[in-house]
Design a binder for this molecule. Sequence first.
Ligand code: ASP
Ligand code: MG
Length: 401
Amino acid sequence: MLVVQKFGGSSVADAARVMNVARIVTETYAKGNDVVVVVSAQGDTTDDLIEKAKEINPGASKREMDMLLSAGEQISISLLAMAIEKLGYPVVSLLGWQAGFQTNSKYSAARIKRVNSERISKEIDKKRIVIVAGFQGLNRYDDITTLGRGGSDTSAVAIAASMRADLCQIYTDVEGVYTADPRKIPNAQKLDEITYDEMLELATLGAQVLNNRSVEMAKKYNVELEVISSLTQKPGTKVKEVCKMEKMLIKSVAKDDSVARVSIVGLPDEPGIAFKVFSRVAKAHINVDIILQSVGRDGTKDITFTVPAESGDAAVAALQEYCDQVGAKKILVDTDVAKVSIVGAGMETHEGVASKMFEALMDANINIQMISTSEIKVSVLIDKAEAERAVAAVHAMFFDN
Ligand code: ASP
Ligand code: MG
């Protein structure tokens, strides 16, 4: 069997953890599997490197930032390879470019174009365990690129897809995907299985376990993923196309509290306004999530939408001139908000799921500012200070008894 195993920064944070990973990898290999390992930078290394750069030049170019940040993974792959050598197994570490990662040229947020896995295959033919630096690749100018924060998950899935691996295991410091964040909700349950679509919603809605691009890629290439703990190695959560039939209405409650709500008050109530507003936001490369437009009254209307917290001010900047021009009264930004969501394919076939969520929030006396839904999720925007209470109330409504 060909197994791809990915270990995040916390799993390789110090020497003892690196040795622990070496044991997991070599056990897998000793069972007769071919093993490709992808690792992230140790612990907070990536954040520390970003701080170092800021001390020297807060406006550093993205190319140089990628050159710097890719160093974090160079440290962890070599240390892990040394740990495996110490255990007496054949091993080789490879940087992203050596492992064949070709990306586009968008520094700091590069997309993988292809993985030319020839070198990895050759090393596997020599019966070596192959350790690959996650999060990095090479563009067509032979410059180092990085894939965006948390990008190592995507590196692992890309290798698994290009080599048609039998399994891609994502090792982390939690035992899998839970019905809510187990650090906040003590009776949260670990899920045995979740669908790609559910996982994609969850990853996008604030669950930290998997990078959403990696899930997107796993779905596209049908890579079977497993989220599993590097500390306990108990069976984790399998992410796949379809799950066994089960009674669960929803799979998980997620919270995202890095959200900004932007409101434009007093826009003209006439055709084309939404286009004029959102084309400006899109031009500024800002991702819009929930959108709400009020009913027109006395010739004006309001448009409210949410964006990532860090994009709030940029959204205002993108809209100010237009709003002045059409005489809108004001633009407001509020970052004291949070998005709480429920996700589950079960709601496609069961009625009353959304209202059950709203009932839990009513009972907890929490006001809903905005609502958005898809086939398999319901999100509400609420006051940030109430977010944890909201997650607890909604989780209890669906999972207690
Ligand atoms: N080291 C990178 C980061 O911290 C990539 C990763 O962890 O996946 O974002
Ligand atoms: Mg990291």
